[in-house]
Design a protein around this ligand. Structure first.
Ligand SMILES: [Zn+2]
Length: 337
């Protein structure tokens, strides 16, 4: 216990020593490679509760889609492994400490684009006033309380994952070509809560999500949208062996970020500092939208060709950066559990 405390204190000390070095310097310039603005469409497919477990399950569709893509199975979550905290960060590029979203809040309170840390949908709307933007989700609080109400996002919350899949395929087959698209499957999370992350039920739920991801990808591709499209799969958190999530163990905090597109490094694994929150930066970068300076998401290394990864400026959110470093110790200690 004393040893663990010493390690934690050392990490904290290193973090605090590093901070002034970042704070006193200029924020690192955003790199603009050929990939900046190279895409007309970004598709973000969220799979709730799947964590890192795509890699442990038979997922032929995921493997087919990302055979020439970049995949990181150990991207880190927010330091509270709960849905709204993470979907809020994935879509807004700031930590949960900043956006303050919780499941209850997202289910009860709507936001508009005047909110302090709006989602990337607001930035897409400002950059492309006429663009189609859409979000089709199983878990309605994302559409109700996370994505803003006043920016003309085409929102649908059809019900279960099968209904979501059908709605997405119909949406693309009807000729819609969204600049930014988000979707969310929820049934892996249900299985995780009920049976835990080592159960056959959880594995089967990920396999079912895999088949749905394949159908969604094919609908996008057959309508000609992948030529200049970036396709992303991301999860908010994983699950404990006994089911459930809230803490900082590896099963909860390691999660999947997978990206496919014409300028993505085939076989890329992204760098060790990748977080699911970085999906917001990746999406803005692909669409050629400058990222606001307050965001603590960034484009990882080993993702886009000819693009150096950006350093995360921890001075932008020092409490989050410190918590993340401290929690990393717990993740490492629980890696094999
Ligand atoms: Zn969740």
């Amino acid at each position: 216990m004393k040893k663990l405390l010493a390690v934690l204190l050392s990490v904290l000390l290193v973090c605090l020593c590093m901070a002034p070095a970042y704070a006193s310097g200029e924020a690192p310039a955003q790199t603009h490679s050929d990939s900046f603005g190279a895409y007309d469409h970004v598709f973000i497919i969220g799979v709730d509760g799947a964590g890192r477990f795509f890699k442990d399950v038979n997922t032929p569709e995921f493997d087919r889609i990302f055979a020439d893509g970049a995949v990181d199975y150990t991207a880190r979550t927010e330091m509270v492994t709960v849905s709204a905290q993470n979907w809020g960060s994935i879509l807004s590029g700031v930590s949960y400490l900043r956006h303050g979203l919780t499941n209850d809040k997202a289910g009860e309170t709507q936001r508009d684009s005047s909110t302090k840390y709006p989602t990337i949908f607001t930035y897409a709307r400002r950059a492309f006033p006429e663009a189609e933007l859409a979000s089709i989700v199983n878990w309605d609080p994302i559409n109700y309380g996370i994505i803003e109400t006043d920016i003309g996002v085409n929102k649908m919350s059809p019900g279960n994952d099968e209904d979501v899949t059908n709605a997405i395929c119909d949406y693309f087959d009807a000729g819609n070509a969204p600049t930014l698209f988000f979707s969310h499957f929820d049934e892996v999370d249900h299985a995780g809560h009920e049976y835990g992350s080592k159960s056959q039920e959880y594995i089967s739920a990920i396999e079912a999500a895999d088949a749905r991801i394949g159908r969604v990808y094919d609908a996008i591709e057959r309508n000609g949208l992948m030529e200049n499209g970036l396709f992303i799969v991301v999860s908010d958190h994983g699950h404990l062996v006994v089911g459930g999530h809230f803490g900082l163990t590896a099963r909860e905090t390691n999660t999947t970020v997978a990206v496919k597109g014409k300028t993505v490094v085939a076989g890329g694994v992204m760098d060790d500092d990748t977080r699911n929150r970085d999906v917001s930066a990746i999406a803005l970068y692909a669409l050629g939208i400058e990222r606001p300076a307050y965001m603590s998401s960034r484009v990882p290394a080993d993702l886009f060709k000819n693009t150096e990864g950006e350093q995360r400026d921890i001075s932008r959110d020092l409490p989050d950066a410190t918590l993340c470093k401290l929690a990393w110790v717990i993740t490492v200690l629980t890696k094999w559990i």
